[in-house]
Design a protein around this ligand. Structure first.
Ligand code: FUB
Length: 330
């Protein structure tokens, strides 16, 4: 088992990118609270973000730099609480930090903050991104044409199930640990939106990112909790193929689906990681110096406290067909 990458803080939801030949990690910063545990995730009550960077991903991790606090709840006028899993992107010589948080009314939105350097500081826009909702933004800039995308969404505490009547209609009847279920019901899809060239607004409509079951060619069923999308979207591209990976939530897997288009449809392709210590599992995948790495978290550092997590990194591999392998093939 890999050792935690960071031990002086609890960290989770690592979004890793390579900027200027250095690895930058944008994680959640977990903290202790006295909030009672529930399936809505209220105990995940994070209040700021740190950025970390490093020049090597091989243990022991001796050169991890903590760049300090880059954004706080009180820096963002629209935020009420819960700074959850962030991500970052680079474009046009600027760096963009995307972050989900509950607004003052308790509804999750996605904000953006802009910086001149990958380690910040980041200046937040005063309003959330228009048309954004739910959690776990993951940005992806396609090197094929420079188009940037934001993938997002998360069930239960992440409120994705509250938008079944339309992306502009928040239905509070669906708040709490519930989602579509039963024979014939299809799973809810993660969302994707094109980002405009200035990276701070959506260019066009938010769309469903359709994930198909390979054996039927039909969307994944709602009851298929081993494969349906729950949260923790991530996109990477290798050899022209788009890989959308995510957490299955209450079955605790990290899985992936592939497509020849960044907007899908995607076809489920397999598991990346089996359940780890702790309820949540969340990750990113990045290429660094010709090798591919999975960043993820577990609760080893807190000895199993679900909301006190630690990030880890592990090299991953691909077979000849492009299937992700967690162990090096013989
Ligand atoms: O860290 C808070 C939430 O837990 C994230 O947004 C989810 O992906 C899960 O890891």
């Amino acid at each position: 088992m890999s050792p935690p990458l960071i031990t002086h803080l609890y960290t989770a939801d690592p979004s890793a990118h390579v900027f200027n030949n250095r690895v930058y990690v944008y994680p959640s910063h977990d903290r202790e609270t006295d909030i009672a545990f529930n399936d809505n995730g209220d105990q995940y009550d994070m209040a700021d973000y740190h950025v970390f960077s490093m020049s090597s991903l091989d243990a022991p991790y001796t050169d991890v730099v903590d760049h300090g606090v880059v954004l706080r709840t009180e820096d963002v006028p629209w935020v009420g609480k819960q700074l959850w899993a962030p991500d970052a992107a680079a474009k046009n010589g600027k760096y963009y930090l995307y972050f989900p948080a509950r607004d003052k009314a308790g509804v999750f939105r996605i904000g953006v903050a802009v910086g001149d350097q990958p380690e910040g500081p980041f200046k937040p826009d005063p309003e959330p991104i228009k048309g954004s909702f739910s959690i776990d933004p993951a940005s992806f800039v396609d090197e094929a044409d420079g188009q940037a995308y934001l993938y997002f969404g998360g069930l239960w505490g992440g409120q994705l199930q509250c938008y079944q009547g339309g992306y502009d209609r928040f239905d509070e009847k669906w708040l709490g640990p519930q989602e579509p279920a039963g024979v014939g019901k299809k799973a809810l899809f993660p969302k994707v939106a094109k980002l405009s060239d200035e990276m701070r607004s959506f260019d066009g409509e938010v769309q469903d990112l359709v994930i198909l079951a390979p054996e039927t060619g039909e969307p994944i069923n709602a009851d298929d909790h081993d494969r349906r999308f729950f949260e923790a979207a991530w996109m990477h591209k290798k050899d022209g193929l788009y890989y959308f990976s995510y957490s299955t939530g209450d079955s605790h897997y990290l899985v992936y689906a592939t497509s020849t288009s960044p907007s899908g449809p995607f076809t489920y392709a397999g598991r990346i990681l089996e359940p780890v210590l702790g309820w949540t599992t969340h990750h990113s995948i990045v290429e660094f110096q010709g090798r591919w790495f999975l960043f993820h978290h577990d609760c080893e550092l807190s000895k199993g406290v679900d909301h006190l997590r630690c990030i880890k990194v592990k090299e991953i591999f691909y077979d000849k067909e492009g299937k992700i392998m967690i162990e090096k093939p013989e």
